[in-house]
Design a protein around this ligand. Structure first.
Ligand code: BGC
Length: 741
């Protein structure tokens, strides 16, 4: 629709129609029959709100969406928008975002999100609440699962890739091929105090600007049309009421004129936060912060009109918000065709299509991170007798918590994948559950009706252990398939202990005396504490929640068909007491390794190293690579100029492999304290057996910039250290100067 026509439509709307656009309701408000006694009464809204509501939360399916839209259009002039959490796959599920990021392959991640849009859009999805790009440095927080990880720059790279994937930004594409992307949770949600879900965030504006905001900004710069507010506070003001954050930073500084939606019920929660006395005040605060859509509370629905009548809110504020929502609907072409993009046949064809399944398997191959491999236990040989034991040995719960639309029936289990791979040699495989995932699942609570699956086991603990001992005695290698219950991570999955559950620890201890060699496969949604497990098992493969085809990828790695290449994007702590632990920590006055102060009086723990067990960027492969020295083509960088850094990397083995070559910088002396290292570039280098290749990087001024005390982004002259290596803790180093005249 032309702007002028849209404007005319806008001017002709009644106040109720306008307010409706700013309200999002869940599917139960759009059913048939009498709603007034059900959901409407429960939420405390009148029927006009359901009639004029602007958008629907988490309802998908071509038929269902068509039906709701059809009935809606019988009494409304404005079509509904359908929004849903399609975070890392629709029916085809990709590895969790924390896993995908370990591929360090943004192009592939973009392709996976492209596929996701192609699968979900014809089934009625207009908007996905993704990507989630909160910087995460506290493994206690269950939502690490949804994020690419701990690094502001790397998260920004993935933010861009995912937005472009969902929205198809670079292609001219049909509505049935793309979804609008809503980046979340703006802002800083990954820094909730003590890793406890829905908790406070408090940090300096300096740190927020420098480390936490860049990934959201990257999403906005990539053209993302929606932003979701976070549940947390920023400098004492909840994000949903935070005018500085929403209006000044997001809209004014970044030029975002898309739609801001709250997180679930966040406007009404302003009362629980203690910054609003009642629904009316809450609605006013959110409106003043230019928040456009109220997700699932009665605040906007019931309070905007009284606020207007009392002169506390201007019609301009309401009109601006409505205009943004209408503009988005117009962009999708919904005024011409409210059913645009929905295509039942296409949706059916694309559901779990062979192409998407192939892609998720490739993605999983690159997401797996080999953490330990001793006694040459991996790769396995098909002639070896293998006992596959553990709660994930034959379990389809491999999608992780936010794959709410995933087709679980498609998920291949490890046992199936291994049997398939071994073919007639599958006589060399025996599998058993061994133990329960957890002793007690009741602490997990429920999640949208999700049953507490995955903990079932026939027989007693003793009987299962006896069976497992028999298998271990028979086998050459025991493959333990262990990890978290799906509900232990993800939203509301905060934990204070980060080892594998007790039932599994007990089981491994009981089985080890009968085990010749062992490999542990881990299924989890966050970094775990593996310090104890490291001492017990010969190899550890971090599998995360690897998605629909993850098991096949794991089997390929186990048997050496695929050389593992994943590198961690979040540090794994030695112990919970180290958290938050991340590679890019700030310099201190008494660094543990270089301080003049001796012994006790440096910045360290007396009972644990400062470094994590596995650092950011870490991961093993079956090949070995040697890194040469770094050569710079100049030692002085000037504004507008660049330095080329080169390093030779040799594959010293007969196995082809991929090295993820990582480049970090360190500003030696600046006007504010700077991190000890910051990732600035990386390259995936494929090396044939015995091959030597040169990785080349270009260093320019932009990479040296940081925020000073006045929040000015600039590069300051002086000395810089440049590191290139296989991970953040294992690098070669050179120095260069940056001069401004
Ligand atoms: C989560 C969001 C999600 C929303 C809608 C909230 O509880 O924090 O990430 O998008 O629900 O389902």
């Amino acid at each position: 629709m032309e702007q002028q026509k849209l404007k005319e439509l806008m001017d002709s709307l009644t106040l109720q129609e306008k307010i409706g656009q700013l309200v999002q309701l869940s599917g139960d408000f759009f059913g048939e029959g009498d709603l007034s006694t059900g959901p409407q009464a429960k939420l405390g809204i009148e029927s006009w709100v359901s009639q004029h509501a602007g958008s629907v939360l988490n309802v998908l399916g071509a038929d269902k969406v068509t039906d709701i839209q059809k009935r809606h259009m019988e009494h409304s002039r404005i079509p509904l928008l359908f929004m849903a959490d399609i975070v890392y796959g629709y029916k085809t599920v990709y590895p969790i975002p924390l896993a995908m990021a370990c591929s360090w392959n943004p192009e592939m991640v973009k392709q996976c999100m492209r596929n996701t849009a192609k699968e979900a859009a014809p089934d009625g999805a207009h908007v996905t609440f993704a990507p989630m790009v909160d910087v995460v440095r506290d493994a206690r927080w269950g939502r690490c699962l949804e994020s690419p990880g701990e690094d502001p720059w790397l998260n920004s790279v993935f933010a861009k890739a995912m937005v472009e994937g969902f929205q198809g930004s670079e292609e001219v594409c049909e509505e049935s091929d793309r979804m609008i992307s809503c980046v979340k949770h703006f802002a800083g949600y990954g820094a909730v105090e003590a890793g406890r879900e829905y908790n406070t965030v408090d940090m300096s504006a300096w740190r927020l600007t420098q480390e936490y905001l860049p990934p959201y900004k990257a999403a906005v710069d990539a053209g993302c049309d929606m932003v979701m507010t976070s549940f947390n506070t920023i400098e004492g003001i909840p994000a949903t009421a935070n005018q500085w954050l929403m209006e000044e930073v997001l809209r004014r500084e970044w030029g975002f004129n898309g739609v801001i939606i709250t997180d679930y019920a966040a406007i009404q929660e302003l009362i629980a936060h203690g910054v609003a006395a009642d629904d009316k005040e809450a609605a006013l605060l959110a409106m003043n912060a230019t928040v456009d859509i109220d997700m699932k509370t009665p605040c906007y629905a019931n309070q905007l009109q009284p606020l207007l009548e009392e002169g506390r809110l201007s019609i301009k504020k309401i009109d601006d918000a409505v205009w943004r929502v209408l503009t988005l609907k117009n962009k999708l072409g919904l005024f011409e065709d409210p059913f645009k993009g929905i295509d039942k046949t296409l949706a059916a064809d694309r559901k779990s299509s062979p192409e998407f399944l192939r892609q998720t398997r490739k993605m999983a191959e690159q997401s797996l991170v080999l953490l330990k491999n001793e006694k040459e236990v991996l790769p396995l040989n098909p002639e070896q007798k293998v006992a596959l034991i553990g709660p994930y040995a034959d379990n389809q719960d491999m999608m992780g918590l936010w794959a709410v639309y995933g087709d679980k029936s498609q998920v291949v289990t490890l046992k199936t994948a291994m049997t398939e791979y071994l073919g007639e040699k599958s006589r060399n495989l025996k599998a058993a559950p061994g133990c329960r995932i957890m002793d007690n699942v009741s602490q997990l609570g429920d999640f949208g009706g999700m049953i507490l699956a995955g903990n079932a086991m026939d027989g007693t603990e003793e009987e299962n252990l006896a069976q497992a001992i028999d298998l271990a005695k028979w086998a050459d290698v025991v493959v333990f398939a262990m990890g978290e219950h799906t509900l232990q991570s993800g939203e509301s999955g905060s934990r204070t202990e980060l080892e594998i559950p007790d039932s599994q620890k007990r089981f491994i201890d009981a089985l080890l005396p009968y085990t010749k060699k062992s490999v542990t496969l881990l299924f989890n949604g966050r970094p775990l504490v593996l310090t104890d497990l490291m001492k017990k098992t010969d190899a550890i493969l971090e599998c995360w929640f690897p998605g629909s085809e993850g098991a096949r990828a794991i089997v390929d790695v186990l048997y050496g068909q695929v050389n593992p290449s994943g590198r961690l994007t979040m540090s794994f702590p030695y112990t919970v007491g180290q958290i938050p632990v991340y590679y890019s920590s700030f310099r201190t006055g008494r660094p543990a390794d270089t301080s003049n102060h001796s012994g006790r009086f440096v910045s360290r723990y007396i009972d644990c190293p400062n470094q994590p067990l596995f650092s950011f960027g870490y991961g093993l492969s079956y090949h070995q690579a040697e890194y040469g020295e770094i050569f710079l083509d100049k030692e002085v960088l000037t504004p507008g100029g660049s330095i080329r850094a080169r390093i030779e990397i040799s594959n010293t083995t007969a196995i082809a492999g991929t090295e993820t070559v990582q480049l970090y910088l360190h500003d030696v002396s600046a006007s504010v304290v700077r991190p000890v290292k910051e990732l600035k570039a990386f390259q995936r280098l494929e090396l044939a057996p015995g091959e030597t290749k040169t990785a080349e990087f270009e260093i320019h001024e932009e990479m040296l910039k940081f925020y000073d005390q006045k929040l000015t982004c600039k590069a300051e002259p002086g000395e810089f250290e440049l590191f290139i290596g296989r991970n953040s803790a294992d690098c070669k180093k050179v120095k260069f100067q940056y001069v401004q005249k």
